[in-house]
Design a protein around this ligand. Sequence first.
Ligand code: AMP
Ligand code: MG
Length: 412
Amino acid sequence: MNRPALLSLDDALPQLLAHARRLDGTDEVASFDADGRVLAADVISALQVPPQDNSSMDGYAVRAADTVSSEAVLRVTQRIPAGSHGSAVAAGEAARIFTGAPIPPGADAVVMQEDCEVLDDQQVRVRTPAQAGQWIRRSGEDVTRGATVLARGQRLTPAALGMAASVGQASLQVARRPRVALFSTGDELVMPGEVAPEAMKPGAIYNSNRFFLRSLLQRLGCEVSDRGIVPDQREATLAALAEAAQGHDLILTSGGVSVGEEDHIKPAVQALGELNLWQLAIKPGKPFAYGHVRRADASTCHFMGLPGNPVSSFVTFLLLVRPFVLALQGASELAPKRQTLTAHFDWPRADKRREFLRVRRNGRGGLDLFPNQSSGVLTSAVWGDGVVDNPAGQTIRHGDTVAFIGFSEWMA
Ligand code: AMP
Ligand code: MG
């Protein structure tokens, strides 16, 4: 029998994202707590930053014209620390000034203290003529009043939180957290802590996917309800899916989504809703599935089924689940940044599927390949710091340029 061609990632991703309508509802959260959340409204500045022209040095505010004769001696008539403001500087006068203090009227330059000689309490000698405007930070040079400093759809970073604070925002309007029900399937799975390594029965393995999937979801702003391990049985799978559909936006599962008799996820989703996508032309990660599960009120919950092999699960999360949960929050940037780097390895066997090879940047501007690319070998994802996105049918020779996607920005 002819198998239908697998769906390419480039075809699957837009289809998937077309389903990822932005969730209703926003939260107002303290700016202190908003790291990683997606802005639901533009942040517009009601003021100039800096608010006034101010000094970028400790020194003396002067009228530049008074300093043209070298070794000019000026009268020091006032002192302006940061947080205060001065009065007008007249011809022949200087104001002692500190970094961040507003430039007093009349002054048009700051001379740094290293270029001055203090003669006594009231007199200072300026050794080098000042240029008008020097060491002055202009009002509004960072932000002008009315400017959009952060845009709806932007994911908040530490620097963005600082920016919001600099325009006076103590709280921010952000997308609500997607509620995600997470469960693992597999009768072989055992939770660490429940059985000691030396007591593990033959055939048993620890559940590793649960740990990285949960933390990846949390890093992306999701509220995770972790439903544990579901046995490889039709009834149990149906019950777990039906229950998880209530009160969640997305059900994320790992394992049980292939074609064996022990794989119950796919038929269960079809029984309770519909399967929209299944099996992609990627390696690792072929048995990815996307669909919907109906709730009691006939509304639907998104479903994503990841393969059980840990590396497949990890990679399909980053390729497909990450953009999906960001899109649910209305994020504007869904694709990770790519870099063109040099392969310091050979990959002589082309594959029919597009591959995501676990690699590590070396200190010589190139990429080293983890020797075992098996989808069960999680060491490759720990040793590696990203993947090479290798097109279908492509071999790689030492020295070729390849597309690299770093885990660090992908996971952020
Ligand atoms: P499956 O997709 O259920 O056929 O599983 C494929 C492989 O991944 C099998 O070797 C499973 O034992 C393994 N596996 C499935 N789920 C997990 C998990 N949560 N943690 C670690 N390995 C898993
Ligand atoms: Mg299984």
